[in-house]
Design a protein around this ligand. Structure first.
Ligand code: NDP
Length: 483
């Protein structure tokens, strides 16, 4: 059996020019494996192979694409426990979340299997007699996918599935922190009956192989999820090459808690959205904007909820919050705790590194109160189990604070008032708004994305994904008179 190295090019697994070690953030003595790092020549080979394979894949037709995607999705769902365990081991989210993520990844594939069949166009009459017009969607060609570590199976799945469904080839650069998840997903895809080179995995350092990939003129479209600085750089190179680009980056998602909210529900949703996935979600609730009438009661209950969360090894029964993904991320989180204090925020709980029986990157969930919206802890994405409470005197003030951000991915309101909920839905500048729900947690069949610095380019997921993964062709046909 071929060794799954971390690099899959032109239909085979190949060794890398160098290797990295992958360790379990819950237990640093647990070496998950060593993974190859692709070099420039291997990346170029992957791009060439993808170009050739794409033609055959598009010609194979919609039934074939449907069947392949359905098989990938079905296998992911069937193996959610096994792959989810591995995902949790390398990324650090609790097993239930790891399992759920893999199952969800399967749903993206089965959903887009059906979308492959629904690739329909438009017919139009011409303003010139005797001419017929049709508008069809065709693949964009070779798609570069650059993905992060926080959802190492689901995020690539929601990009790869529509890319393949609509007839494209893929070159995927996953995050270097989660190569085992990338290998598991790739293994399932490349075992299907697809042209060699249709799907290529080029694990390697972002600043080397990732950057070369997004700067390549051999790429027709780039889909990226990650940090704002890297996204900015990718956008610049995409524009320079006139390459289609779509990006999903950070956020500072607000959750409004109004004076008429169900407080128990508000606390449960806030804690879930702020600390789930160790706060390492682009949809995390990081600004809790609370009406002054319920402020103190809400804060007291939230702190109690944060303190009650069980932080531990991702694979241990009962763990609710796993470790932070890496030493660097933990150091950055602790810097933000120090920054918040220096800015005058009041740390009510957590924020310190925790010791557990196994050595790992554990951190206690933190709540800052007494924060102002102009503090850096309320302006910058922390990607940490840290949330900030901002006091507001009214709904209008709370909405104005919520909208005062460079970001606009998700936003929530906890209220029993239909008029406030409706007004919020209409006036909150965000890609997704949630009423009486956590800011994190979205469905797989509807669009996902944001405004401002959170997203750039067409939306991902659902029917709307066709906008990015296809290009339209308008055909004019003059059939002439029959002989
Ligand atoms: P990055 O944006 O650096 O990484 C995301 C992906 O981009 C990874 O695959 C990475 O590769 C790759 N990459 C890095 N540099 C380049 C480059 N110059 N050109 C092309 N690709 C590149 O995020 P990090 O993982 O370093 O996380 C840093 C911060 O980003 C987090 O603290 C968080 O704030 C934010 N973030 C936001 C996410 C979101 O979903 N909104 C997801 C992840 C991070 P490699 O892994 O090899 O570096």
């Amino acid at each position: 059996m071929e060794q799954m190295t971390g690099i899959h090019i032109a239909g085979r697994w190949v060794a890398g020019a160098s290797e990295i070690e992958n360790r379990n953030p819950s237990d640093l003595s647990d070496l998950i494996g060593r993974y190859g790092q692709a070099d420039a020549a291997q990346l170029d080979e992957a791009l060439d192979a993808a170009r050739r394979a794409q033609v055959a894949w598009w010609a194979a037709g919609i039934q074939k694409r449907h069947d392949v995607l359905m098989a990938i999705g079905t296998e992911l769902m069937a193996r959610a426990e096994e792959i989810g365990r591995m995902l949790s081991r390398e990324e650090g989210k609790p097993l239930a979340e790891g399992r759920g993520e893999v199952y969800r990844a399967g749903q993206f594939f089965t959903y887009f299997a059906a979308e492959a069949l629904r690739n329909q166009g438009d017919l139009a009459e011409s303003v010139r007699p005797g001419i017929e017009i049709d508008v069809r969607r065709e693949p964009v060609g070779v798609v570069a996918i650059v993905s992060p570590w926080n959802f190492p199976v689901a995020t690539p799945a929601w990009k790869i599935a529509p890319a393949l469904a609509f007839g494209n080839a893929v070159v995927w650069k996953p995050a270097n922190l989660t190569p085992a998840s990338a290998v598991a997903l790739t293994d399932i895809i490349v075992r299907q009956d697809i042209p060699a080179g249709l799907f290529n995995l080029v694990t390697g350092p972002g600043r080397a192989v990732g950057q070369r990939l997004v700067e390549s003129r051999a790429v027709d479209a780039i889909s990226f999820t990650g940090s704002v600085p890297v996204g900015r750089q990718i956008a610049a190179s995409a524009v320079a090459n006139m390459t289609k680009v779509q990006m999903e980056m950070g956020s500072k998602n607000p959750m409004l808690v109004m004076d008429d909210a169900d407080l128990d529900l508000a606390v449960a949703h806030a804690a879930n959205a702020a600390f789930g996935g160790t706060g390492q979600k682009c949809t995390a609730a990081s600004r809790l904007i609370v009406h002054e009438a319920v402020h103190d009661a809400f804060v007291e209950r939230l702190v109690a909820a944060a303190r009650a969360l069980k932080v531990g090894h991702a694979l241990e029964d009962g763990t609710q919050i796993g470790p932070v993904v890496s030493e660097d991320q933990l150091a950055q989180n602790l810097d933000y705790i120090a920054l918040g204090k220096a800015e005058g925020a009041e740390l009510l709980c957590g924020g310190d590194r925790l010791e557990r029986p196994t050595k790992g990157f554990y951190m206690a969930p933190a709540v800052f109160a007494g924060t102002r919206n102009d503090m850096r802890v309320n302006r910058e994405e922390m990607f940490a189990p840290v949330t900030c409470v901002i006091r507001a005197g009214s709904y209008d003030e709370a909405l104005a604070i919520a909208n005062d951000s460079d970001f606009g991915l998700t936003a929530g309101i906890m209220t029993r008032s239909l008029s406030r909920a409706s007004h919020f839905r209409a006036n909150m500048r965000a890609g997704c708004v949630m009423v009486n729900l956590p800011t994190a947690g979205t469905d797989y069949h509807v669009p996902f994305g944001g405004r401002g610095a959170s997203s750039f380019g067409p939306r991902e997921q659902g029917r709307y994904a066709a906008e990015f993964y296809t290009t339209v062709k308008t055909a004019y046909v003059a059939a002439g008179a029959p002989e």
